[in-house]
Design a protein around this ligand. Structure first.
Ligand SMILES: Nc1ccn([C@@H]2O[C@H](COP(=O)(O)OP(=O)(O)OP(=O)(O)O)[C@@H](O)[C@H]2O)c(=O)n1
Ligand SMILES: C[C@](O)(CO)[C@H](O)COP(=O)(O)O
Length: 222
């Protein structure tokens, strides 16, 4: 099995509110994207491609190993992953593709290895998940609680998400040009592909707001 990873790193990080793209924001002195790439390689990925803001290639090249390919991203995460997939050479060795967020810099290599093992075991699509520990409700348009789904079957979905390469490519090819999904598992599910799960890890938490970055700094310092 030859695994290539696409790291979605073309977002601005508006909710974090830093003065540079979120993937370049330092965590213990190193940009988030550098942490994310390192974790993928340590977990068994052979090649990494990073989707970056169109005008930031030089800044990303300066902080990543030279063998990491950079591709201009799109206006949504879905468009960025689509651009990354399109940039994979058709004859490349890769038979599986992992899609990861630069915003999950401290994802342990063990999570990457679990995703790869599930693919090697025959899964066409696999996501790392964690249980939901809070009571979780659906609200109506007025913000009133409308329903409380049983949390035993709810999961929080992380990245990297892993796919048979042709399954992911075909699912993206079937999407409308402006389609937007919150993750890649939703893209393949829209094409009717079942998605398996493996255990995620709290350390793979996504950095979205300033508090998340502070938590990650504490994690690295421990
Ligand atoms: N057009 C986009 C938007 C997001 N991403 C990437 O998708 C991942 C998850 O997105 P999120 O954490 O929401 O990042 P941002 O879109 O940058 O954050 P915000 O919504 O706060 O602006 C991030 O690594 C981000 O760089 C991307 O590659 N291209
Ligand atoms: C892909 C993801 O990280 C899985 O949890 C998440 O859906 C990204 O969401 P965002 O709104 O782009 O932060």
């Amino acid at each position: 099995m030859h695994a290539v990873a696409i790291v979605a790193a073309a977002g601005s990080g508006s909710r974090l509110g830093a003065d540079l793209p979120k993937a370049l924001v330092p965590l213990a002195g190193r940009p988030l994207v550098a942490w994310a790439v390192e974790g993928l390689l340590a977990g068994g990925v052979a090649e990494v491609l990073v989707t970056v803001p169109q005008d930031q290639r030089a800044a990303f090249a300066a902080v990543l190993p030279p063998e990491v390919r950079l591709v201009g991203g799109g206006v949504t995460r879905t468009a960025s992953v689509r651009a990354g997939l399109a940039a994979l050479p058709a004859d490349a060795d890769a038979d599986v593709v992992l899609v990861h967020d630069a915003a999950r810099p401290l994802t342990p290599p063990d999570v990457v290895a679990r995703v790869l093992a599930a693919l090697a075991g025959g899964a066409a699509a696999v996501v790392p998940v964690l249980p939901v520990v809070d009571t979780t409700v659906l609200v109506d348009d007025a913000g009133r609680v409308a329903d409380a789904p049983p949390r035993e079957r709810l999961r929080r979905v992380q990245t990297p998400q892993g796919f048979d390469r042709s399954v992911l490519a075909d699912a993206y090819a079937a999407l409308a040009e402006d389609a937007e999904f919150t993750d890649d598992a939703a893209v393949v599910r829209a094409a009717g592909v079942p998605v398996a799960t493996v255990a995620g890890d709290e350390r793979a938490a996504k950095i979205t707001v300033a508090h998340d970055l502070a938590v990650a700094e504490g994690q690295v310092a421990r």
